[in-house]
Design a protein around this ligand. Structure first.
Ligand SMILES: [Mg+2]
Ligand SMILES: [Zn+2]
Length: 179
């Protein structure tokens, strides 16, 4: 089979409401309007959809790996209610000072997803609200896309990514991609 094009998604601030205090429990995981529907539409159209999320709250001791797994099981259940699923969920649990190769802006999670899921990164998009998402996408050879949910307005105002396409939300990007 040929490698598949993917839409790779940051989690917090793209799929669900972001929090400066981290998302520490299932209760704090609140999907943004239209995000689950957008994932369903992308999957329906034949795109692979993959989540790549920095979750240093695990390494910081703010919540356990078991809780993170619970949150992702909850996300999968919500997606199932929408008749859809994602191809993979990758999370970096390490602290920023751990020097791991998976924490964005490093491309480790994207490269691992590409190998495990047979993705064509050169034909893929990396959607994020923070600079490190866009840098990771670029480093992996995917097209970075900035969404204005979460920290997106702030990232846009910083002006560091003049060449990166900007959309109001995951839903707006999806509408444009599938139009
Ligand atoms: Mg984010
Ligand atoms: Zn890591």
């Amino acid at each position: 089979m040929l490698p598949r094009p993917a839409v790779i998604l940051d989690r917090d601030g793209v799929i669900n409401r972001d929090s400066e205090l981290f998302i520490r429990s299932v209760d704090e995981f609140v999907p943004l309007p239209g995000s689950l529907e957008a994932i369903a539409q992308l999957k329906q159209a034949g795109w692979a959809v993959v989540v790549c999320t920095n979750q240093s709250g695990v390494g910081r001791g703010l919540y356990t790996k078991a809780t993170l797994d619970e949150i992702h099981a909850h996300l999968r259940a919500l997606l199932a209610e929408h008749g859809t699923s994602v191809d993979g969920i990758y999370a970096c649990p390490h602290r920023p000072d751990a020097g791991c190769s998976c924490r964005k802006p490093k491309p480790g999670m994207l490269l691992r997803a590409a190998t495990e899921l047979d993705l064509d990164l050169g034909a893929s998009y990396m959607l994020g609200d923070a600079p490190r998402d866009l840098e990771a996408g670029r480093a992996a050879g995917a097209q970075p896309v900035l969404v204005l949910t979460g920290k997106g307005e702030q990232t846009l105002a910083n002006g560091d990514f003049p060449d990166v396409p900007v959309f109001d939300s995951l839903q707006a990007f999806t509408d444009s991609l599938l139009a």
